[in-house]
Design a protein. Structure first.
Length: 132
């Protein structure tokens, strides 16, 4: 059960509507997903989060939009965030991810999580060659 209620566009403050409008314009969408509607309960968090995501996920970086979404999806899977997994799976496919890429990414995430836990459990010291 959600801790708050979503803020729908028609009930949003002018400050929130400004962010909502920028999200919809930037993403070329006409409907906001629930993540933004719930963040709108705290307009400062909404604006800060959108600003950061807009900058980091911009298409003009060194990584392609598909790679960025696949990385975001991998972290979302590792963090067990069903909402983020659903959202970024859709975004990754829209950006060009294939079923084969998804399967390979999931294999990597599974292996990385397994080996990370083994290293943590055994408290494996970092090899000298990997030291900064």
């Amino acid at each position: 059960m959600a801790m708050t209620s979503p803020i729908e566009y028609e009930h949003a403050s002018p400050q929130v509507r400004q962010v909502f409008d920028d999200i919809m314009q930037t993403r070329k969408i006409d409907k906001l997903n629930n993540f933004w509607k719930y963040l709108a309960n705290d307009p400062k968090t909404l604006a800060r989060t959108w600003s950061s995501i807009k900058e980091i996920m911009a298409p003009d970086g060194a990584l392609s939009p598909a790679v960025k979404e696949i990385i975001y999806l991998a972290v979302s899977v590792s963090n067990n965030c069903p909402y983020c997994v659903a959202s970024h799976t859709a975004a990754a496919y829209k950006a060009g991810m294939t079923d084969e890429m998804f399967a390979e990414m999931m294999a990597i995430v599974g292996m990385a999580n397994e080996t990370n836990r083994l290293v943590a459990g055994y408290r494996v010291p970092i090899d000298e060659a990997y030291q900064p």
